[in-house]
Design a protein around this ligand. Structure first.
Ligand SMILES: C[S@@+](CC[C@H](N)C(=O)[O-])C[C@H]1O[C@@H](n2cnc3c(N)ncnc32)[C@H](O)[C@@H]1O
Length: 216
């Protein structure tokens, strides 16, 4: 199964590179807007080091970042065979664009991980409220990746913080690039760093990742 994940990641990586190079003309709706290869690898290593089992993603697009996350979660589950498998799947990913989800579902199927990923279709704020309302304490997330619209970032963060475990991590994409986002990202960073129960740092990888951990 892992081999399939790497193959699909390589295919999507090629497409993403073409999109970024401007060599192919892609309409805004068709764009993957994916994280970079280095960011995917960084998250993959990070999740393995954390021994993460449960992750949540806001902004699936065509599933490129989801595949980096699920590969690590599956490796961690294999490494802990003695643990009882969780009743829920390892990764929940949220997306409101049905066309993107159709492509993501195809990619998950090709990678052989359709049964490992829960896709939630809909507005991210509403989906997060639904998750918060139904989550048991033992199902708290180890890792959350925020990569959707930037207007609702503070709202996403406030809904996510109570549903990650202490020591869990929230990664937020695009804190450095594109530079048009800088004002909104600066305001977001000031907002989260003022919270008493988090530590947060900007990692200059890919489009810039804000890495935040819940301390208590
Ligand atoms: C930057 S792309 C995600 C890229 C993906 N994480 C990756 O690296 O492969 C952002 C995605 O968030 C989705 N999105 C934007 N606003 C949303 C919202 N309010 N609710 C749910 N999804 C949203 C967009 O449709 C888009 O597919």
């Amino acid at each position: 199964m892992t081999l399939n994940i790497w193959n699909v990641l390589a295919k999507l990586e090629d497409r993403s590179k073409l999109e970024r190079s401007g060599k192919v003309v892609v309409s805004r709706e068709e764009m993957m807007l994916a994280i970079t290869y280095e960011t995917g690898l960084f998250f993959n290593i990070f999740l393995k080091a954390m021994k993460a089992k449960r992750a949540l993603e806001i902004g699936t697009s065509t599933g490129y970042s989801s595949l980096w996350l699920i590969e690590a979660l599956l490796q961690n589950t294999v490494a802990n065979k003695q643990e009882k498998p969780s009743s829920s799947r390892g990764l929940i990913t949220i997306e409101n664009d049905p066309m993107k989800l159709e492509k993501a579902s195809y990619n998950f199927s090709e990678a052989g991980v359709s049964d490992k990923i829960d896709i939630m279709e809909g507005n991210a704020l509403e989906c997060l409220r639904r998750i918060s309302g139904t989550l048991d304490n033992h199902e708290l997330f180890d890792f959350v990746f925020i990569d959707a619209d930037k207007e609702n970032l503070k709202g996403y963060f406030d809904l996510v913080l109570p549903i990650i475990r202490v020591g869990g991590v929230i990664a937020t994409d695009n804190v450095l690039y594109p530079t048009d986002y800088r004002p909104i990202m600066t305001s977001f960073i000031e907002y989260i760093r003022a919270k008493p129960n988090v530590q947060s740092v900007t990692v200059p990888i890919g489009h810039g990742e804000e890495i935040t951990t819940k301390c208590r």
